[in-house]
Design a protein around this ligand. Structure first.
Ligand SMILES: Nc1ncnc2c1ncn2[C@@H]1O[C@H](COP(=O)(O)OP(=O)(O)OP(=O)(O)O)[C@@H](O)[C@H]1O
Length: 273
C-alpha cells in the first residue's frame, strides 16, 4: 500500500497563468525511494515543494497529496505545520538557504524541535548532538554555536540529515541534496542518506541529476520534462529498458560523461555506471 499518493497535481504561476507542472500522479510506498530526474526547469523542485506546500504564494496548486490517509492539500496552515518537519522532512539543495542566516545553527534546530516536541533544552541538545556525531560531525557543540555561513555545504547537508534522524519522519524529500558539493563530499553525503534510509526505514523522494546516485539509492524513477512525467518505472527498467527517447538520451549522456571522465583520469576501463 502506498504511504504517499499524489493525484493530478497541477502547479501554476497565478501571475501569468503559466502551467508549471501539468498533471502529475504518482505513489510512494513505505520504505521505498522514488527518484525524480529530468533537465533543469522540468518541475522537479516545484513538485517537491508542492508536497510540502512550500511554494511561493503566487505559485498555486491543485490536486490531492494524501499522506497515510490524510489529504495534506486540505489541511489548514497550522495543521500543515504539524506535518512539515515532523512527518515529512525536506533536505534541500542549498544548505545555506535552508537555515536562518541570522541565527546560530543550534538555536534554529532548537526552534524546529520545540515546534514538535516538549523536550527540555538538555534533551534536545543530547538528541541532536548524538545524531550529528552519527553523521560524522565531529564537534556537535561547535557546529551548534556556528552560523550557517561558517559551515561548509557538506556540513550543512549533514546537519539537515541529523535533524531528520531526530525527527524520524515517514517521508524524506531530498531535493538535489548533493548538487552544490564537491565530488568527495557528494559521495559522503550520499552514504549518509543511504544510511538514513536504512536506519529509519522511511520513504524517500530523491531529486537528482546524478544518475550514479539514483542507481545507488532509488527503487523507482520518474522522469520529468517540461512539467510532465514522461516516463516511470523501476530503477532497473529505467537503466536498461527506457522507452522514451528523452530518457535514453539522459542515460547515454551520463555514460558518455563517465567514459570521458575515465579517459581524462587515464583509466583503461570504461564505467558504464
Ligand atoms: N516561483 C516561481 N514562479 C514562477 N515560475 C517558477 C517559479 N519557480 C520555478 N518556476 C518555473 O517553473 C519551472 C520548473 O521549475 P523547477 O524549479 O521545479 O525546476 P527543476 O526541475 O527543479 O529544475 P532544477 O533541476 O534546475 O532545480 C521552471 O520553468 C521555472 O522557471
Amino acid at each position: 500500500m502506498s504511504l504517499l499518493e499524489v493525484k493530478q497535481l497541477k502547479v501554476w504561476d497565478s501571475s501569468t497563468e503559466q502551467v508549471l507542472v501539468a498533471n502529475s500522479s504518482f505513489q510512494l510506498a513505505k520504505g521505498h525511494c522514488l527518484a525524480i530526474v529530468g533537465e533543469s526547469g522540468s518541475g522537479k523542485s516545484l513538485t517537491c515543494k508542492a508536497i510540502m506546500r512550500l511554494n511561493q504564494a503566487k505559485v498555486q496548486q491543485s490536486g490531492s497529496i494524501v499522506l497515510d490517509g490524510v489529504d495534506l492539500s486540505l489541511l489548514n496552515k497550522r495543521a500543515m505545520r504539524g506535518y512539515r518537519g515532523k512527518r515529512i522532512c525536506m533536505i534541500m539543495q542549498n544548505g545555506m538557504r535552508a537555515f536562518n542566516p541570522s541565527r546560530p545553527v543550534g538555536a534554529y534546530l532548537g526552534e524546529v524541535l520545540a515546534r514538535h516536541y516538549d523536550w527540555s533544552k538538555e534533551e534536545k541538545l543530547t538528541r541532536i548532538g548524538a545524531a550529528m556525531t552519527s553523521v560524522g560531525l565531529k564537534d556537535p557543540a561547535s557546529v551548534m554555536r556556528s552560523y550557517p555561513y561558517e559551515l561548509s555545504g557538506g556540513m550543512l547537508q549533514r546537519v539537515m540529515i541529523a535533524l531528520s534522524i531526530v525527527m524520524e519522519p515517514d517521508v524524506i524529500i531530498a531535493d538535489e541534496p548533493t548538487t552544490a558539493l564537491d565530488a568527495v563530499t557528494q559521495f559522503e553525503v550520499m552514504e549518509q542518506l543511504a544510511k538514513l534510509r536504512n536506519r529509519l526505514d522511511c520513504a524517500m523522494i530523491f531529486v537528482s541529476h546524478d544518475l550514479h546516485a539514483v542507481k545507488r539509492i532509488a527503487n523507482d524513477v520518474l522522469v520529468m520534462k517540461d512539467g510532465e512525467i514522461i516516463e516511470r518505472g523501476t530503477a532497473a527498467d529505467f537503466f536498461t529498458r527506457a522507452r522514451h527517447p528523452y530518457t535514453r538520451q539522459l542515460i547515454t549522456a551520463k555514460q558518455s560523461l563517465s567514459r570521458q571522465f575515465n579517459q581524462l583520469m587515464g583509466g583503461a576501463s570504461v564505467a558504464q555506471g
